[in-house]
Design a protein around this ligand. Structure first.
Ligand code: UDP
Ligand code: MG
Length: 337
């Protein structure tokens, strides 16, 4: 029987967990073709969440939990859960506050059975969110899609089903500043969208504030694109153009026998110096962006099919060496950080 893991990051959700438990049990009891486990990742909650989590396990042994040593944030809680479930045939990621309705799980599994690797839930409405949050989110998706060649899934969070090979690809990427949404887009594979209405949180309060959202937006952009570093090239090109035009104008004046004022000369010198500075900064930017891409140590590509057969070794042979390097690195990573 194939195994599906449901991963739920938890940070101070003592009020939501009892509702969550019931809804999940009801949902998975209806699906008997698969073996389920529900992995609750306690992300250093400071309330009574851990007691509630243990209670879930007491009621139903399909609930498992891992507890992180402190609060690391949702992104890290997710990768901890994925690492734990690497051998499951599929995983489902969802929030603890029931904003992601568990009833959708059945639909996701149906699509997965059809051969899709990443079945993601797209919000059609955002109950209980301010217009500002909606507007900033829309602007963000627009900017992001302009900055990268990677196809971006709009209005999509982490609520999704991932096939094993997607999970292994995500686990392979060990970058510290994680933005799961970007990683889900980056890995590609056969994606399928299903629509849902995002409900209000069942209990407790959101952990997000605008400060977090800005951080998430910056992480999203910088994890998919180095184009902000390249903007300096365009700006310095503009400055070079202005410098040449300005130099030509005062040069013509001087050749024509006119007196050039001191201020014009000072402006020219300032323009010249800032152009030189900017050009050098943009050169540094180019090298920095290359280094940034290299240090992430992502696989060069992921394989989908070979001769019509779905590829299980999605990293490809050429990536194998890199993979083993990566694994060694990961192992050490726990001790050095
Ligand atoms: N979460 C977490 N660590 C954190 C913050 C949040 O594991 O530091 C979990 C939280 O318990 C919930 C999910 O991430 O299951 C989404 O959080 P939240 O509902 O606060 O975010 P929103 O839905 O408002 O974006
Ligand atoms: Mg929420």
């Amino acid at each position: 029987m194939k195994k599906i893991s449901i991963i739920i990051p938890i940070y101070n959700e003592e009020e939501s967990i009892p509702y969550l438990k019931n809804r999940i049990i009801n949902t998975i009891n209806k699906i008997n073709k698969y073996e389920f486990n529900i992995v609750l990742v306690n992300d250093g909650s400071s309330d009574n969440s851990i007691a509630e989590i243990k209670n879930c396990r007491k009621v139903d042994k399909r609930f498992e939990y891992i507890a992180l040593s402190r609060n690391y944030g949702k992104e890290i809680a997710l990768i901890a859960g994925l690492d734990y479930c690497k051998e499951s045939d599929a995983v489902i990621l969802m929030d603890a506050d029931l904003q992601d309705p568990p009833e959708l799980i059945e639909k996701m599994i149906t699509e997965w059975q059809k051969g899709y690797d990443d079945v993601y839930a797209r919000r059609t409405s955002r109950e209980g969110e301010t217009w500002l949050k909606k507007a900033t989110s829309k602007a963000y998706y627009y900017v992001l899609s302009k900055m990268t060649k990677v196809p971006i899934q709009k209005d999509t969070g982490d609520f999704r089903l991932l096939d094993k090979r997607c999970v292994q690809a995500i686990c392979y990427m060990r970058e510290n500043n994680r933005c799961s949404k970007s990683l889900f887009s980056w890995i590609g594979f056969n994606k399928k969208e299903i629509l849902f209405e995002r409900e209000k949180r069942i209990a407790g309060n959101t952990k997000w504030n605008y400060f977090n959202l800005i951080k998430l937006a910056v992480d999203g952009i910088t994890s998919l694109s180095t184009s902000p570093l390249k903007w300096m090239i365009y700006i310095s090109s503009l400055f070079i153009l202005i410098l040449v035009l300005y130099g030509a104008v005062i040069g013509c004046f001087a050749i024509g026998g006119n007196n050039i004022s001191d201020i014009s000369i000072i402006i020219f010198i300032i323009l010249l110096l800032s152009t030189i500075q900017m050009s050098f900064i943009s050169i540094v930017g180019i090298y920095l962006s290359r280094m940034f891409v290299e240090t992430k140590n992502r696989p060069l590509y992921l394989l989908d099919e070979i001769n019509g057969k779905k590829e299980k070794n999605q990293f490809g042979e050429k990536n194998e060496k890199q993979k083993s390097n990566n694994m060694d690195f990961n192992y050490n990573h726990y001790f050095t950080n």
